[in-house]
Design a protein around this ligand. Sequence first.
Ligand SMILES: Nc1ncnc2c1ncn2[C@@H]1O[C@H](COP(=O)(O)OP(=O)(O)OP(=O)(O)O)[C@@H](O)[C@H]1O
Ligand SMILES: [Mg+2]
Length: 303
Amino acid sequence: MIYTVTLNPAIDFVINMDNPLLGTINRSESEALYCGGKGINVSTVLKELGIESVATGFLAGFTGKEIEDTLKAKDIQTDFVHLESGFSRINVKIRSDEETDINTKGPNISDYDIHLLIKKLDEIKGDDVLVLSGSAPQNADDTIYAKILSKVAKSGAMTVVDTTKKKLLNTLEYKPFLVKPNINELMETFNAKINTLHDVEKYAIKLQNLGAKNVLVSMGDKGSVLFSEDKQVIIQSAPNGEAINTVGAGDSMVAGFIAGYLKSKDYKYALKLATACGSATAFSEGLGKQNEIHRMLDLIESK
Ligand SMILES: Nc1ncnc2c1ncn2[C@@H]1O[C@H](COP(=O)(O)OP(=O)(O)OP(=O)(O)O)[C@@H](O)[C@H]1O
Ligand SMILES: [Mg+2]
């Protein structure tokens, strides 16, 4: 089974409007709600690929219930820890000529809540996959993902970490199968300027030397580079198209990589399916759907 962990899920409230102004009443032109969070996005794209997963992490309050109901309606299995107080986040995304986001804090978690989550992951076996994605609640420290990995590392499960800075670095001693920083995250993790492919390689190899098996660096419309465990460097360009929404492209890429690798055990194919999923999302309103993913894969494979 594949388990995705989202520590701080959110409902995105997207408001489309002209000229938002502070200090006055603004009226929206249209609005929409999207339930998500990075691990949840991975589960959603896996579902599009016909692969089952269990979405876990922390939920709270009425917004938490809505997120869980939305997942269930999509026939995605859930096994969240329900926090006793607070409510899962509502992030406000104002879309006008510019994009303005208000990302909220979300509920606090206690050591006991973390213990409950780790207990849920107790049953993980060697042929399972664990995906740890995204930011953590504000009161959680930078060892939270490392703590989770320390408990599951001995199972031999395949682990994937998509986060940044110390939260990422702290996990590396547990030898994650895949880490997927985007180029900005790679820069902020090492506090370095990265301008050339040579620079990308330098820091990706640093991540490998610290313990990561495979390092996938994504670069938006410029594609991605995989530094694999067996010392291949695979460069993959992204298909051309009109980007509609690139939020979640990286999460989609993670889903595609896992699906592709599990199916073929071939890094080149895994990277192609990863790219198809990432680009399908970039060219869609929400996350990429099955048809668009297959269209992208055909485009990539015909090159
Ligand atoms: N504008 C685009 N056109 C084509 N493909 C894209 C575009 N943006 C993203 N992709 C595809 O998706 C992959 C992942 O995108 P990106 O590097 O933006 O991830 P990210 O920053 O981690 O995203 P997020 O964290 O929001 O999920 C890219 O490597 C590329 O294959
Ligand atoms: Mg990302």
